[in-house]
Ligand binder design. Structure first.
Ligand code: KIV
Ligand code: ZN
Length: 387
């Protein structure tokens, strides 16, 4: 049997921390519905103590969503946890996610707390959160730059205090895949009560490695990934949900686990988040970019016409595109040209007419980036047979 990899989506919380990406309460509920349709396991809806609007949005999501667990973020402080619990009251299934920083620089410069005080605060917070729910997640903020021995101690203590998920955030995107994977493996091996909690990762993309780091962690036994649609998030963003989900689905031989995500809803969710935030998706973005399943080179088009698997490792339809796309441009070959003519119902008199039309097409393609169906109609002109 394949292990389940839990998907914890934080588009509404960490994603919203992306400068310029703030969302209204109604927009958050719409996105939460799209996430539920995707069958995301946990939706982190916000940080209720941060503002009255955040509180309202978490409450509204908790009132609406029935199939996914709804989560609220709280610092390791009683007042934050109380506010999170209050916002989550209407949830069918709720989770309190409490965090405190564990790296030397954060403890010394930001919190101005000793490691012992941080450990004590973390345990107290988890115990307090457990009074409201038995689903408590603890995050060691900036774990990627924390002392591994201290991480072992604090994780062991919070699991003993009742945390059922322990999260290892690479808060500033400092980690690299081999080392981050080994960190997860080491924690799982050394923490005596590790089997009583799900190990989770939360990677930021400052070095463009958020997805690679998350996957290295999954390879070494992490069973929850925190991610966002389109990789939205603070600074360079978070790990992209669509990339992690499709990597794991496509390479189950490597990862030995899978998510429950209904992948045909991925493109719709990506478009919704892009429309709501105004953040365009780059055309060459994996999975959801407009060119992710487009072929232009003649050799590639010829291969795909003969068998899609020559140049496609997943099916466009499986992530929500209606089909793959052959782009007719200057790199396209005669086969793709002929195939597109057939698709739009154009038949040429004979091979000579096809060759002449193909030459005209190549001349035009040198001047124009993409050749559309109207260009083809004009280009074949009188050589086309009447349908
Ligand atoms: O990046 C981070 O460390 C976070 C935590 C609150 C999990 O977003
Ligand atoms: Zn984060």
């Amino acid at each position: 049997m394949t292990d389940q990899l839990l998907v914890f989506d934080t588009t509404l919380r960490d994603g919203e921390q992306s400068p310029g990406a703030s969302m209204t309460c109604e927009e958050k509920v719409r996105i939460a519905r799209a996430l539920e349709r995707l069958r995301v396991d946990v939706i982190e809806a916000g940080f209720p103590i941060a503002s009255p609007d955040d509180f309202k949005a978490v409450k509204a999501v908790a009132e609406t969503i029935t199939e996914s667990r709804v989560c609220a973020l709280a610092r390791a402080l009683t007042k934050d946890i109380d506010r999170a619990a209050e916002a989550l009251k209407p949830a069918r299934a709720g989770r309190i996610h409490t965090f405190i920083a564990t790296s030397p620089i954060h403890m010394r410069e930001k919190l101005r707390m000793s490691p012992e005080a941080v450990l004590e605060g973390a345990v107290k917070a988890v115990r307090h959160a457990r009074q409201f729910t038995d689903d408590v997640e603890f995050s060691a903020e900036d774990a990627g730059r924390s002392d591994p021995d201290f991480l072992c101690r604090i994780m062991e203590a919070v699991i003993a205090a009742g945390a059922s998920t322990v999260n290892i955030p690479d808060t500033v995107g400092y980690s690299v895949p081999a080392q981050f994977g080994e960190l997860v493996a080491m924690l799982r091996n050394r923490i005596p009560n590790a089997d009583q909690a799900v190990f989770s990762v939360h990677c930021h993309n400052d070095l463009g490695l958020a997805v690679a780091n998350s996957l290295a962690a999954v390879y070494h036994g992490a069973r929850q990934v925190e991610c966002t649609i389109n990789g939205l998030g603070e600074r360079a963003g978070n790990a992209a949900l669509e990339e992690i989900v499709m990597a794991v689905r496509t390479r189950q031989d490597v990862f030995k686990c899978d998510t429950r995500i209904e992948t045909p809803h991925i493109v719709a969710a990506s478009r919704l988040v892009s429309t709501v935030t105004g953040f365009a998706v780059q055309p060459n973005k994996a999975i959801v970019g407009a060119n992710a399943f487009a072929h232009e080179a003649g050799i590639h088009q010829d291969g795909v016409i003969k068998n899609r698997e020559t140049y496609e490792i997943m099916r466009a339809e499986d992530v929500g595109w209606t089909a793959n796309r052959m782009v007719l441009g200057k790199h396209s070959g005669r086969n793709a040209f002929r195939a597109r003519l057939a698709e739009i119902g154009v038949t040429l008199k004979d091979d000579a007419a096809l060759n002449q039309a193909f030459e005209r097409f190549k001349d035009l393609a040198d001047k124009k980036h993409e050749i559309f169906d109207e260009d083809l109609q004009a280009l074949v002109g009188e050589d086309a047979l009447e349908a």
